[in-house]
Design a protein around this ligand. Sequence first.
Ligand code: MTE
Ligand code: MO
Length: 383
Amino acid sequence: DPYSTDPPRHPALKVNSLKPFNAEPPPAILTDNYITPSAIFFKRNHLPVPRVDPKTYRLKIEGLPGGTVSLTLDELKSLFPKRTVTATLQCAGNRRSEMNKVKQVKGLNWEIAAISNATWSGASLRDVLYHYGFGPEVAAKAQHVQFEGLDMDVTGTAYGASIPLNKATSEEGDVLLAYEMNGEDLPADHGFPVRVIVPGVVGARNVKWLGKIVISENESQSHWQQNDYKGFSPGTDWDTVDFKSAPAIQELPVQSAITNLVDGSLIDRDMENINVKGYAWSGGGREIVRVDVSLDGGKTWQVAKLQNGEEGDTSAPSPPPGRAWAWKLWEITIPLPKGAQELEVVCKAVDSSYNTQPDSVAPIWNLRGVLSNSWHRVNVKVK
Ligand code: MTE
Ligand code: MO
């Protein structure tokens, strides 16, 4: 069994698939902390977890003028300043289960917690590339940076993905070769000893157990870059889909969800107020500027209070424009409407480009069930 060396996992996780391991935390605990504890951070593996010996680990870099670079873990840690970024990762399939209710899609049935937030520390990819000779001559010929994992399928094919060269090499891209998560060595499930963190970009490009970086004219040719993680029209089916016709997902659209209320649950009619909590995040470093909450399915709205650091921490600075990589948690207390027997609680977020979420799932339905970001709706009964 290639999965026999997978690490132990936290029992609170809701498992979507055991081999490979895919799991999300219960929504109610997801937003207990601004920084998600690593043990309950969602886990999305396509393959068995590779067990990498940090002493013999080498990170290879191809496509620079001096030929292939081979870096040890110690070199990565000692030659480059350690930088820390707080960044939210979200799987393209987060909230896929809501698409499944409209019409069956192909993929893991994620609910609302294939998203988590951590602090990541490591070397800046930009620093490393410039150190080994990246410059205008390389930039003139290349457009993409490919990443290859050390995890492999039975045919020996490794997980792979790529990002645009400019994201990888610009100062404002904040791309990390991370060796720490939440102040500790990366856990086995999250890419030990090194993973790439591409803030603002879909989880799939944040390659774990990083073995190789290739600066190239081409995108990664991997299945996951070419034939997966792309969006299509609701009218496209498996007989007509042409994966070459759509771009690979990079930056994700604006997202939010309610975490403290369960669909179909009861609330006591004697309660004065209802408290609604959740998360909100947008891709591409676009900051969440507002979250609207409705108790009547979207007829009337109120604005939630945003939190961009641990609760009670009023010193959390606003990120520089275009570099808001971390989610915001939000909360609102609303008087319980008199006489209401049922509430349709809804949230929607607005990002710094004034993008907002679509109101329903059907118009954004797609056969792979990705990019599911419609208004999050939870029905509760008042008794
Ligand atoms: N990297 C490797 N090497 N293998 C993988 O299966 N899964 C990707 C990405 N990086 C994956 C990978 C996907 S689809 C997501 S959503 C994120 O890792 C999940 O990261 P996490 O498990 O740390 O939450
Ligand atoms: Mo993913």
